[in-house]
Design a protein around this ligand. Structure first.
Ligand code: ZN
Ligand code: ZN
Length: 349
């Protein structure tokens, strides 16, 4: 469960927990494996939580729960870091409320970034997450990125404003529990949430030309689950809106089973989480829609994650001229790795 580098560092050092604490403070050299995951507080918490799970500090019979908590608390309190000072309370909370990672079919609380109003910074809140209903799964989100689509709907300039809302759609996580009738996924599976799901039954799902599923295609105006038109998130009984069926800015989220892709357990979630939006959007736009012929010329406007993935799609399709257009020339160097071989900066050229 721990990223390889962290695992190595932990096992190489006899003072395992102390070493882990150095790691969770995230020296710059280790930042890359964390990506842009949620707040540092949440990140620290997740690291320690993973460590606790991996090293069996958690007693499955709950008997030594307090002892484990005290042990960890003692060590953590020895480090006067702001983020770490908050951890004991968080850990205790989770020890008491959610003693077993993969057995819960109950409502429980976790932290989530709640956007209360359009354009106002989201606030980390304690939210209640209901268990998955029939045909749904509950995921523990370990990594999530911020995509411009989140920002666009958070600003809500012209889009339907649905608030309070939990944004986030590009992420990776682990199946915590599955609802009734879900047979092909089980707790512990690594998975990516997907905002354009597949029911597997409709004409679009059965066609090779489209995946715009009748039931689960992206719907930015819906803030509830399909099963009962209700949210699975609440604060003191007040429902929080979902976002594109994923809402990954939460430690736990509930998604329709058709909106989750099981992945290889060896896949590093911190890296592959970008497949759940940036890569599939760009690569898909090229290989499934534009379909460039061998030797053709392709121009790509914007060399962010989506643009780079579009370039990669052009490269594997055999396009010969791949022209990258961007206002930021420093992006061109990286873009070469994705097959871009000509550059245009309209501001300069
Ligand atoms: Zn996105
Ligand atoms: Zn479908």
């Amino acid at each position: 469960m721990l990223p390889q580098r962290m695992k190595k560092a932990v096992t190489d050092n006899p003072k395992k927990l102390a070493n882990l604490i150095d790691l969770v403070n995230l020296p710059p050299t280790l930042r890359d494996f964390v990506g842009q995951s949620q707040t540092s507080r949440l990140t620290c918490f997740m690291r320690v939580w993973s460590y606790v799970k991996t090293n069996n500090l958690q007693d499955p019979n709950n008997k030594n729960m307090v002892n484990c908590d005290e042990k960890l608390k003692g060590i953590l309190l020895g480090k006067p870091r702001v983020e770490l000072a908050e951890l004991p309370a968080l850990i205790k909370l989770h020890f008491l409320k959610e003693p077993n990672l993969f057995t819960s079919h109950k409502k429980f609380s976790c932290e989530a970034a709640v956007a209360w109003e359009a354009g106002k910074p989201p606030v980390i809140e304690e939210v209640e997450v209901a268990p998955p209903q029939a045909g749904e799964v509950r995921l523990k989100i370990l990594f999530t990125y911020l995509c411009h689509t989140d920002v666009y709907f958070w600003e809500a300039k012209g889009q339907t404003p649905l608030f309070p809302r939990i944004f986030g759609h590009e992420a990776g996580g682990i199946m915590e529990s599955v609802g009734e009738g879900v047979t092909h996924l089980k707790p512990g599976d690594k998975a990516l949430p997907v905002f354009t799901g597949e029911c597997g039954e409709c004409p679009h799902c059965k066609s090779e030309e489209s995946n715009m599923c009748d039931l689960l295609r992206i719907n930015t105006d819906r803030g509830v689950m399909l099963n009962d038109n209700k949210s699975r998130f609440s604060i003191n009984g007040e429902p929080m809106n979902h976002f594109v069926g994923t809402s990954t800015f939460s430690e736990y989220t509930v998604v329709h089973v058709g909106c989750v892709a099981k992945i290889n357990p060896e896949a590093p979630l911190d890296k592959v989480c970008i497949l759940s939006c940036g890569i599939c959007t760009g690569l898909g736009a090229t290989v499934n829609v534009a379909k460039p012929k061998l030797g053709s010329s392709v121009a790509i406007f914007g060399l962010g994650a989506v643009g780079l993935a579009a370039a990669e799609g052009a490269r594997i399709s055999g396009a010969s001229r791949i022209i990258g257009v961007d206002l930021v020339s420093s992006r061109f160097e990286l873009a070469k790795k994705f097959g871009v071989n000509e550059f245009v900066n309209p501001k300069v050229d």
